[in-house]
Design a protein around this ligand. Structure first.
Ligand SMILES: C[S@@+](CC[C@H](N)C(=O)[O-])C[C@H]1O[C@@H](n2cnc3c(N)ncnc32)[C@H](O)[C@@H]1O
Length: 218
C-alpha cells in the first residue's frame, strides 16, 4: 500500500482498503464499540451540558455520534467513506436513534454551507491525525467554519509517544507543535494532555498514547 501521508488520495485509499477489503469490521482496530473516555467524562461531569449541537468529524461506525444523540444532543456526523456511513446509519437505526449522518470530505469547506456556524461542539476521534500537514489549515478552517462563536473542538489523536508505525502507514504521530501551529491563531487552548486510550484487541501491550485537546473558537 502507498504511504498514506503523501497525498489526499492515499489517505482515501487507506480507508477504502480497511473498510472495503475486509468483509466485516471485526478486525478494524478503532472499532472498539466504546465511547472515548475523555468524551464520556465530559458528559458525566456536565462539561458537555445536555442539549448541545454537536458535529462528529470522521465519525466512522458512529459509536460516539449515536451515544451523544442518546444523551440529549443534536448530532450530525460526517465521514468521507460511504461504506462506513452506511454501517453507522444501520447502527443508529438499530438503536432507534436519530443522527444526521453524511458522506463528506471535511476538507471541502464549500460543501459545508449547511453547517456554517451551526455547532456548539465539534468532536474528532482519530480524524485529525490522518490529515496531511499540507491540509491542516483547510481542516482547521472547516472546524472554525462549523462552530458557533465560542464553540469548542475536542480532538483525540495519536501522540508522538506512540510506537512508530510498523507498516509505514497509519496515523501521524502528532507533536504538540503539530496541533498548536494548526489551531492557535483561531482557537484558545483549554486543555491539552496525553492520555491512555483503550487498548487494541490483540495488541494489548502497545500503549495507546493519545492527545486530548480541548480548544475554544476565538
Ligand atoms: C481512525 S477512524 C476513527 C473513526 C471514529 N471517529 C472512531 O473513533 O471510531 C478515522 C475516520 O476518519 C475518516 N476521515 C479521514 N479523513 C477524512 C476527511 N478528510 N473527511 C472526513 N472523514 C475523514 C475516515 O474515513 C475514518 O472513518
Amino acid at each position: 500500500m502507498a504511504d498514506i501521508h503523501t497525498d489526499k488520495g492515499t489517505v482515501k485509499q487507506y480507508f477504502n482498503e480497511v473498510y472495503h477489503d475486509k468483509a466485516t469490521l471485526e478486525n478494524v482496530p478503532w472499532v472498539t464499540g466504546a465511547v472515548g473516555i475523555e468524551i464520556l467524562k465530559k458528559i458525566i461531569n456536565k462539561q458537555i451540558p445536555t442539549g448541545m449541537s454537536i458535529l462528529d468529524v470522521g465519525c466512522g461506525f458512529g459509536t460516539e455520534a449515536v451515544f451523544m444523540a442518546r444523551h440529549g444532543h443534536r448530532v450530525a456526523a460526517v465521514d468521507a467513506d460511504p461504506a462506513i456511513i452506511a454501517k453507522a446509519e444501520k447502527y443508529a437505526a438499530l438503536l432507534d436513534t436519530k443522527v444526521d449522518f453524511r458522506v463528506q470530505n471535511f476538507l471541502e469547506i464549500e460543501q459545508l454551507k449547511e453547517f456554517a456556524g451551526a455547532f456548539d461542539i465539534v468532536t474528532d476521534q482519530g480524524c485529525f491525525h490522518h490529515i496531511l500537514p499540507q491540509d491542516r489549515q483547510a481542516y482547521k478552517n472547516a472546524v472554525k467554519y462549523c462552530l458557533k462563536s465560542g464553540g469548542r473542538y475536542f480532538m483525540r489523536g495519536f501522540s508522538y509517544l506512540m510506537p512508530p508505525s510498523t507498516s509505514g502507514n497509519g496515523p501521524i504521530r502528532l507533536t504538540s507543535d503539530d496541533i498548536l501551529n494548526t489551531f492557535l491563531a483561531d482557537f484558545y487552548v483549554e486543555e491539552m494532555y496525553v492520555f491512555d486510550n483503550i487498548p487494541v484487541a490483540g495488541k494489548e501491550d502497545v500503549p495507546q498514547k493519545f492527545w486530548f485537546t480541548a480548544l475554544r473558537k476565538r
